[in-house]
Design a protein around this ligand. Structure first.
Ligand code: BES
Ligand code: ZN
Length: 627
């Protein structure tokens, strides 16, 4: 070997060793106590009873294990669970024998590790447990909080790390498991899960029995395990799509989502075959803290997207897109969350383009960048990074618009640099290569380099990769989405900003929801009460049945301390628990002393109706107010 060859080899092996070490560090999930390199759960079985009177889930979970280090205990994540007994067996069929376990100290973010001693032959572990009424993943609703007002409701929200508050498990997206479940509920209620439901497969018209079984034969991360229980009805949309909702709104939902089957086809064209059997949407009561959650086979959604004109269905496109980016190819840790949300946001707009035309997708991209820039200006630099450092933090804190909209701009930049044809081929290859795997940012960039960047160095030179992924803010070369529909909107907003309130109703005839949102955002930051009264009289914003338009209007009202809007603000905030709406309204309210008093009065009524995620968000806003 020549000296040069030797050096080259040394450098190469050094780099490789170093990459390997980094790759291991990258996979380490700081938000879980699990040690999957030693013992890994590959399948779990739930057997739970849903008790509305004590607001508890009670029963067992049985884990099937792969043991790499036979000396190591099994460590599960838990939060506020009561552990009654732990047993082990040579396999999931038993017989089970009691074993030793210790529940460690509770960490405010992570919860408590449950360490289970494993006899040498054990390959299955059964935990007997019950949940706390305050479990962070669960929301127990009184009948009054439902559309029907007759029966109670329960739903789970496991992402990011709330699954551990209703199941003791390895709560990290780097571990994937299949699952089965048996759920017992009051007899007249229906249980749904992110899995195949045995009862409805057999007969969609079957009467509820209160005893349901489910199976998820494809390995998924823990944050996608989901359960909902309530008075629910189903309607088919297409042959493999449908909607579940409370009886009084199921018809509305059915027509709102009528394009779902076409959306699935559009997505398949882009990303490959739909892997999950059916795609259904469950419309939840309005306290649901999110717009949507991509639970496999069964997206959970807020009813605030039922606008009556399909104008807010991009949310369905988004959650459906997660069937590929997120559920098929999953972020290995919540540092890599942008891989889930950035690709999905990009992908959502490609689907909209296919189904509703390119202008619709462009409007959403313009609004997206606008919102991103506004939010980014308020974030610390470190939170403007895609590959965010979440050390010591709750992963829910990372869910800003950065992973979504900056992520989507990055993917769009790639598309623009390499052209759609090459980029689409790359996307298909990406999903095919990593399907049913959980991957890190480093794994993605390695694949990106070999399958796209290295193949066309001239195009690659346009992509400041390191800057996109590891540095705060947007590169100067970031795409600037443009659309035609907003120019007339801006012209009229300008008129409303000038001295005389104009009569412009005819000019706005036929505007779509996105144009209205843009209009409201383009109005001057401060306006006096007479101008606001004229605006509302002309356009009727305060009566809008569209939650996004109403929200924008209420933001303006709060910002300008516009007293006539107070009853509407109170009604909205005591009815809707979607954090995207609730958080900015409270943040804006607390900026004035009268606002603080009003906010506290509303929150006193609303807090019991909010999901813990929304409730603690508002707690923090009010805590930060100087007394
Ligand atoms: N997976 C997210 C929701 C989520 C993220 C829950 C992080 C918990 C932690 C979901 O796909 C999502 O992004 N929902 C958005 C709607 C979307 C159209 C931007 C939401 O809920 O607002
Ligand atoms: Zn998402």
């Amino acid at each position: 070997m020549t000296r040069r060859q030797y050096l080259a080899a040394a450098i190469l092996s050094g780099t490789l060793a170093c990459t390997k070490k980094n790759a291991m560090d990258e996979r380490l999930d700081i938000h879980s106590y699990a040690t999957p390199a030693e013992v890994r759960v590959k399948h779990l079985e739930l057997d739970l009873e849903v008790d509305f009177s004590s607001r508890q889930l009670r029963g067992t979970v049985t884990h099937t294990l792969i043991r790499t280090n036979t000396d190591a205990p099994l460590t599960l994540d838990t939060r506020d669970l009561k552990i009654d007994k732990v047993e082990t067996a040579a396999n999931a069929q038993g017989p089970f024998q009691p074993t030793q376990f210790t529940l460690g100290q509770r960490d405010a973010i992570l919860g408590a590790p449950l360490s289970i001693t494993l006899p040498s032959e054990a390959a299955a572990v059964r935990v007997h447990y019950s949940t706390a009424p305050t479990a962070t993943a669960l929301q127990w609703l009184d009948p009054a909080q439902t559309a029907g007002k007759q029966r109670p409701f329960l739903y789970t929200q496991s992402q990011a790390i709330h699954a551990r508050s209703w199941i003791p498990l390895q709560d990290t997206p780097s571990v994937r498991t299949t699952y089965r479940a048996r759920i017992r509920t009051p007899k007249d209620l229906i249980a749904l899960m992110s899995a195949r439901a045995d009862f409805r497969l057999a007969n969609p018209k079957e009467e509820p029995t209160g005893d349901y079984t489910f199976r998820m034969p494809q390995a998924i991360p823990s944050y996608l395990i989901a359960l909902a229980v309530g008075q629910l009805e189903f309607r088919y949309i297409g042959s493999r799509t449908g909607v579940w909702a409370e009886p009084s709104i199921v018809k509305l939902a059915e027509s709102e989502f009528e394009d779902m089957e076409r959306m699935v086809s559009a997505a398949e064209k882009l990303a490959g075959p739909y892997a999950w059997n059916r795609y259904d949407v469950l419309v939840l009561p309005p306290s649901f803290p999110f717009g949507g959650m991509e639970n496999p086979l069964m997206t959970f959604a807020t009813p605030t997207i039922l606008a009556g004109d399909k104008s807010l269905v991009s949310l369905v496109a988004h959650e459906m897109a997660h069937s590929w980016s997120g559920n098929l190819v999953t972020n290995a840790t919540f540092r890599d969350f942008w891989l889930n949300e950035g690709f999905t946001t990009y992908f959502e707009r490609r689907m909209l383009e296919e189904v509703y035309g390119v202008e619709r997708a462009r409007m959403e991209a313009v609004l997206g960048r606008q919102e991103l820039e506004a939010e980014m200006a308020t974030l610390p630099e470190a939170d403007r990074i895609l590959h965010i450092d979440l050390k010591g933090r709750d992963p829910d804190d990372g869910a800003t618009l950065v992973p979504y909209e900056k992520g989507a701009l990055f993917v769009t930049a790639l598309e623009q640099a390499f052209g759609r044809e090459k980029f689409d081929a790359f996307l298909l290859a990406y999903f095919a290569r990593f399907k049913f795997q959980s991957i890190t940012t480093a794994q993605f960039t390695a694949f990106l380099k070999t399958h796209l960047l290295d193949k066309d160095p001239a195009a690659a030179a346009k992509i400041p990769l390191e800057e996109w992924i590891e540095r705060p803010g947007l590169p100067a070369s970031a795409p600037q989405p443009k659309c035609e529909s907003f120019a007339p909107v801006e012209a009229i907003a300008k008129q409303w900003a000038s001295a005389d309130a104009p009569q412009t109703k005819p000019a706005t005839a036929g505007w779509n929801t996105h144009q209205w949102i843009h209009f409201l955002r383009a109005l001057p930051k401060t306006m006096d009460a007479s101008r606001l009264t004229a605006l509302d009289k002309t356009f009727g914003f305060s009566k809008s049945g569209n939650s996004e338009i109403l929200f924008q209007w209420l933001m303006i009202a709060v910002r300008n301390n516009y007293a006539p809007a107070r009853p509407k603000i109170e009604e909205f905030l005591t009815h809707v628990g979607r954090r995207k709406f609730v958080k900015p309204l409270f943040e804006s309210l607390v900026k004035t002393p009268e606002g603080v008093a009003f906010a506290k009065a509303i929150f006193a009524k609303a807090r019991p109706t909010y999901h813990s995620i929304t409730a603690t968000t508002v707690d923090d806003i009010l805590k930060a107010v100087k007394q």
